[in-house]
Design a protein around this ligand. Sequence first.
Ligand code: PMP
Length: 302
Amino acid sequence: ALSPAEHIWMDGRLVAWDEAKVHVLTQSLHYGWAVYEGIRAHPTTDGGLAVFRLRDHLARLVRSARVYQMDIPYSADELAAATTELIAAGGGGPRYVRPLVYLGYGSMGVALDLSAVRVTLAAWAWEDQPARSWRLMTSSWRRNHQDTIPPLAKATGAYLNSSLAKLAALRAGYDDALMLTSAGHLSEGSAANVFVVRSGVLHTPPVQDGILPGITRATVLDLARAAGIPTLERPLAHAEAYTADELFVTGTAIGVVPVESLDDRPTALPAPGPVTAALRDAYQDAVTGKNTPSADWLTPCR
Ligand code: PMP
């Protein structure tokens, strides 16, 4: 839940939650020109709290900002320190962190004043959702095309597309949308990457096909390889999702979520199938420090 008791980091200063305001002529509000991240701090087996793959999230933030020609006036070290301080000040439980790089008050017009880069970090309490499987709907909204709004950058404006798809899926009674590329290949959910399991092989669309390179996606691919599960990043035809033994989606906010059906067609195996369940457990063990393959995936907050 959003928590007015907390502070928000704005351009290097901690500001009371209710005072974290911007001018109505903030450029990003008018043109959707901003980039962001979604990061989580999970409780760890040693009783603490650790941010999962903080460096990788901040590196993606910098890359997203580069696509949109914004120079972030803080180093990754400064942003990492601000993130862990903010979490430590938050009083214990698991947290979601939202860094945002945007264009503040400046000139007004499509030519954009790119010198007005502002950075903010907010954190709030975040509990794991109860484990369940999702029903997906193929969206009639296609994913942003590579040549219009590149999906590899996590830009706020790109989420017009995600929210159109998500709202339509929810209205139709599904949990999320599965979006196709303009070529008709599988791309991703509204805010999650998609995986297909068939005959024991894990398939997921490649970044070149127009997806966000998800940190959870990369983690799951690593964990699968470590478990001896063959992985393939390749373009996937829409109908391959209908012939899947198992389907699942991944994201920082949701973790690994089994998918039970697409367009009311159930997967061949009931969800969660064995590969999905194994990867979901391995992911949980990685974020909590129970079994984390790489020490630098966890940044302790206190
Ligand atoms: N795709 C989109 C469009 C997303 O918004 C997200 C959530 N950030 C993901 C995939 C999953 O990415 P990650 O695992 O890094 O959270």
